[in-house]
Design a protein around this ligand. Structure first.
Ligand SMILES: [Mn+2]
Length: 427
């Protein structure tokens, strides 16, 4: 017996935080979720699996996204002719979805109720699948605790959308402990919600998050897909799991150590080599560059960030734009220590010491006073409406509420001012 376990499809979800610029592969990325989903359906057919498990957040919202639901229903129906059953629970994103609850699906699709745990038995395969959907967008109940005990003699699966006891970056919906799962005596727990693949427990029972089907932004980097599970009975159930990549667009973070980088051409060579090593002809590889370390041209990097990004983009993409894309360059370099030789050479630093001291003092004060720092950023918000849409393209999702981000921006501003003070004629 074999089956595929997928979760967190978030079909037709909007992109977040992808910088806007001419020629960026927005369309390809926008379509990637659907292409990945169709690869999932193809995988079910070509591997002739017995059933498909969908562990929640199949859709991204609970609105009346009619076309998305029709699309979903149409493709799940393709599995019916092959005799493949589909078992699904709803998660925090698609709970209470009007159209899903009207059940637009063919009769091979089984959607679990949110009011109580249910069990589907497949006698032909000797399988029992237990599951319960979320009721609303903030499910607080410990759903796992209410699941029934395992049915003796069958292979028992628990299908559940949960954060377990919590995972960084994910809300704690339908919280439960590993012990809550173990007590039922199941063989496999098909979980969803955590977008990073995780084998929580390798056996007795196996507990697994397959991860999201298609990464939608840089925080969902690496190969995304679903998990193929094969079960054999040899006196006891033997379970094997295998990650099957389904994604069409793959996000990567490439860190570049700027410590001993001497020229722009050195940087370019390093970036081209690094990006080439990530190329995979099956997917569009989207790379975010992270420049790190203490660097003699830190001030130049800050002052000319946009130009540098454009230049690297042109240079790295001239031949490979069908498989490779430079998403953004993030400069996290730090200046050399002040006792190091001045990399700009000469210049009367004493002339600048007063305004320079002021800049550093102001920055230090803001760093120690998060309320004051927040107030500074509050003042930028009206700019959005004043300047209109174009000036903020790609910046709609700046995390104004995250202290870490505010502090990063503050440091960039501090260094930019320092660079301008040192080198007032430059740009
Ligand atoms: Mn979720």
């Amino acid at each position: 017996m074999n089956f595929i376990h997928a979760a967190d499809l978030h079909l037709d979800a909007p992109l977040k935080g992808l910088a806007r610029y001419e020629g960026a592969p927005h369309e390809r990325i926008r379509q990637a979720g659907r292409v990945a989903f169709e690869r999932l359906i193809e995988a079910c057919l070509s591997r002739q699996v017995d059933f498909l498990l969908l562990a929640g957040d199949i859709l991204d919202g609970s609105g009346r996204d009619f076309n998305t639901v029709l699309y979903l229903a149409r493709h799940l129906q393709r599995l019916k002719a092959a005799g493949i059953e589909v078992f699904a629970v709803l998660g925090n994103h698609d709970a209470g979805h009007d159209l899903l609850q009207a059940n637009p699906f063919s009769d091979n699709v089984h959607l679990f109720s949110s009011s109580r745990a249910q069990t589907h038995r497949m006698e032909r395969l000797g399988v029992a699948i237990h599951g319960q959907s979320h009721e609303g967008r903030g499910e607080k109940r410990n759903l796992a605790a209410g699941y029934p005990a395992a049915i003796p003699g069958l292979f028992n699966i628990g299908l559940l959308h949960t954060a377990l006891t919590g995972r960084a970056g994910h809300e704690s919906y339908a919280p439960c402990t590993e012990q809550d799962l173990l007590m039922h005596g199941y063989h496999y727990w098909a979980l969803g919600h955590i977008h990073q693949r995780e084998l929580v427990r390798p056996h007795d029972p196996m507990i697994l998050f397959p991860g999201t089907l298609q990464g939608r932004h840089i925080r969902e980097s690496g190969a995304k897909g679903a998990t193929l599970v094969e079960v054999a009975f040899e006196g006891d159930f033997r379970i094997q799991e295998q990650h099957l990549p389904m994604d069409q667009v793959r996000w990567h973070i490439l860190e570049i150590d700027m410590e001993r980088m001497e020229t722009f051409n050195d940087l370019l060579d390093r970036v081209v080599d690094g990006m080439e090593s990530l190329v995979n002809p099956e997917v569009l590889t989207v790379v975010r560059l992270l420049l790190k370390g203490r660097c003699a041209w830190q001030g130049q990097l800050v002052a000319r960030g946009m130009e540098l990004e454009q230049e690297l983009r042109v240079q790295t993409m001239n031949t490979r734009s069908d498989v490779l894309w430079l998403e953004r360059v993030i400069n996290q370099t730090e200046p050399l220590r002040s006792d190091a030789p001045d990399p700009w050479g000469g210049g009367d630093r004493s002339m600048m010491s007063d305004p320079m001291t002021m800049v550093h003092q102001m920055a230090a004060e803001l760093r120690e006073d998060p309320v004051a720092l927040n107030a500074v950023f509050e003042r930028f918000k009206p700019l959005r409406s004043l300047l209109g849409g174009t000036a903020f393209h790609g910046m709609e999702h700046l995390p104004f509420h995250e202290d870490q981000w505010l502090n990063d921006v503050l440091r960039q501003a501090e260094w930019l001012l320092e660079e301008r003070l040192r080198n007032p004629g430059g740009r």
